[in-house]
Design a protein around this ligand. Structure first.
Ligand SMILES: C[S@@+](CC[C@H](N)C(=O)[O-])C[C@H]1O[C@@H](n2cnc3c(N)ncnc32)[C@H](O)[C@@H]1O
Length: 303
């Protein structure tokens, strides 16, 4: 069954071109979403090629179950578990991280301050705590740290104070509209063109889904599962994520010398940075949600 919420794949051809090196390889799409990248990969795969996809979101999993191609399999798992795949088995790993448009647009998922809905924001609605549950008991200081660190919000302390005061006076927040209204009252200066709740919603989403930790774990696992010359392709949508990807590639793109053994051969570098691509103007015009995307491409270099 088609859902009313569609996802327009970002950097579709660019990502698959960068990922795909041979038709009979095994590829991993760590973020299936609505399968835009996966379907293009499948169309290029040879008969012995394989595509293994992951997603946390049950709606993404039901979309994936419509694909009947025997070369394809889907796992309802976070990409922090990528390391469960066999070592050096993947010719390419694609991660198109963040939220999909159906997650943002469906009010029942509680990701958006534009549509009123339950304050949830979990990508995997089958486990874990919703934002409403977490905010009902979290310490003021922890709320402030999350909003400051993951939302880069100057008014994090004021927002956390207002949240705790409201919780004590009238009970916990239940809906996205409740949160958006509370934040609007606590943020004193507004950034032009941005809703005052943008940063707080981003922060709570990143926190409740452990997005940055999972990204770091998946990147570490990529060094186990990629075969030599295998490709790592990561599309990210904000600077906190892109910084992690950039630093990871840079850290593994250097030869490592052991200072205690100055004459020993250096340890080989593991990755070589190949490319950094942003969506072309025409794509941004057609799909404004692609405007903040940055895609980084690296190749596994050690044997
Ligand atoms: C931007 S969408 C991917 C869109 C997809 N490339 C397409 O073309 O349809 C991101 C997807 O990644 C999933 N996701 C985000 N974090 C994840 C994680 N840690 N583990 C597994 N899936 C994750 C989300 O549920 C969402 O479906």
């Amino acid at each position: 069954m088609d859902t009313p919420w569609q996802h327009t794949t970002v950097l579709l051809n660019e990502a698959v071109d960068a990922l795909f090196t041979k038709p009979d390889g095994t590829y991993v799409d760590a973020t299936f979403g609505r399968g835009g990248h996966s379907r293009l990969i499948l169309s290029r795969l040879g008969p012995r090629g394989r595509l293994v996809a992951f997603d946390k979101d049950p709606d993404a999993i039901s979309e994936a179950s419509r694909i009947t191609d025997a070369r394809f399999s889907i796992r309802h798992q976070g990409f922090r578990d990528l390391g469960e795949l066999p070592a050096r088995s993947a010719s390419g790993l694609l991660m198109d991280i963040g939220v999909s448009s159906p997650q943002i647009d469906n009010p029942a998922r509680g990701f958006s301050f534009r549509n009123d809905g339950p304050l949830d924001m979990r990508m995997d609605t089958t486990r874990g705590e919703s934002v409403a549950q977490w905010l009902a008991t979290a310490e003021q200081q922890q709320i402030a740290e999350v909003i400051r660190d993951y939302g880069e919000e100057r008014f994090a302390v004021q927002i956390a104070k207002a949240l705790v005061a409201r919780r004590q006076e009238r009970g916990p927040l239940a809906t996205t509209a409740d949160l958006a209204q509370l934040v609007a009252g606590a943020v004193k200066t507004r950034e032009p063109g941005q809703d005052p709740a943008t940063r707080t919603f981003q922060a709570l989403r990143i926190f409740i889904n452990a997005e940055l930790e999972e990204l770091q774990q998946a990147l570490e696992a990529s060094l186990d599962i990629l075969e030599p010359q295998g490709r790592l392709v990561v599309i990210s949508f904000h600077s906190l994520e892109d910084r992690i990807v950039k630093q990871f590639i840079a850290q593994h793109s250097r030869e490592v010398f052991d200072r205690r053994a100055p004459f020993a051969a250096p340890k080989a570098m593991k990755l070589k940075a190949l490319d950094r691509i942003k969506p072309p103007a025409a794509e941004i015009a057609a799909n404004p949600r692609s405007r903040s995307a940055i895609m980084r491409v690296a190749e596994r270099t050690d044997a």
